[in-house]
Design a binder for this molecule. Structure first.
Ligand code: OAD
Length: 231
């Protein structure tokens, strides 16, 4: 757990920052019961697909204090750009406004025939796999699978937000997967004060300005509520 002085430094950096960009990874949802990928208990170690890769599994997960603190940050600084690698929709459920979903969303269905993407929050789906209402072809989850490119425009939007940030928060990501993992470095090269919030050092930990070591759901609420003044 990080000491009070590190928390104070994070709060001071955020206070008065016109523009804050946040990158989140699976660790931000860990305290919602959504497994990470590469930790000892991560998804790639013990796959329980029915718990984690189905709408039913995600429907059971609720936003945790980390998601809620990041949503509350939007009322406390000039502008927040939230970029996530997560496909669980928990930032939106917590009230964050615009969220750039670099790896897509489990709540989107994309037609394998006509390519149309639709948001669908029904749990369970009436038909699995679901059929496209427009053309009748199968629909697939609107997430990025291995070997696929990122959603059109998402990386460009994320990179721009990283370059324009005064403060960049990297929350709950190992920063091992390109290109998202390079966003904290891009932000720092462009002059941002980069804060990592993660119990473990990420791949870019040596290059951040400040590291807060502990669970995001405990650390973020400790300083976001005092960032100010609230508008
Ligand atoms: P990883 O599993 O690689 O990393 C999770 C990170 O979260 C680790 O650095 C943990 O230390 C940290 N962590 C664990 N619990 C935490 C907590 N309570 N608070 C804060 N941090 C915590 O997951 P990602 O970095 O998100 O891509 O992985 C990135 C991408 O790799 C995923 O989006 C996915 C995967 O392949 C696709 O599926 C396209």
């Amino acid at each position: 757990m990080s000491g009070a002085s590190a928390i104070d430094r994070a709060r001071e950096a955020l206070s008065g920052a016109p523009r804050v960009t946040v990158l989140t990874g699976s660790g931000a949802s860990a305290e919602s019961g959504v497994p990470t990928f590469r930790d000892a208990a991560g998804l790639w170690q013990q796959v329980q697909l029915e718990d984690v890769a189905t709408p039913e599994g995600f429907a059971a997960a609720e936003p945790n204090p980390a998601h809620r603190a990041l949503a509350a940050l939007e009322d406390r600084v000039g502008q927040v750009s939230l970029i996530t690698q997560n496909v669980d929709g928990l930032h939106q459920a917590a009230g964050s406004g615009r969220v750039v979903e670099l790896h897509g969303s489990l709540w989107d269905l994309r037609c394998t025939g006509c390519g149309t993407t639709r948001s669908d929050h029904r749990v369970p789906l009436p038909e699995v796999p679901p059929r496209c209402p427009a053309c009748g072809e199968w629909q697939r989850p609107g997430v990025v699978w291995f070997g696929e490119g990122l959603p059109p425009g998402a990386l460009e939007e994320a990179a721009q937000a990283a370059r324009e940030a005064d403060v960049f928060l990297s929350v709950g990501t190992a920063a091992e997967v390109a290109p998202a993992g390079s966003l904290p470095l891009l932000a720092r090269q462009a002059g941002a004060f980069v804060v990592e919030i993660n119990p473990q050092p990420s791949a870019v930990a040596d290059e951040v300005d400040l590291a807060l070591r502990g669970p995001a759901g405990e650390l973020l609420p400790r300083f976001v509520a005092e960032v100010g003044p609230a508008r």
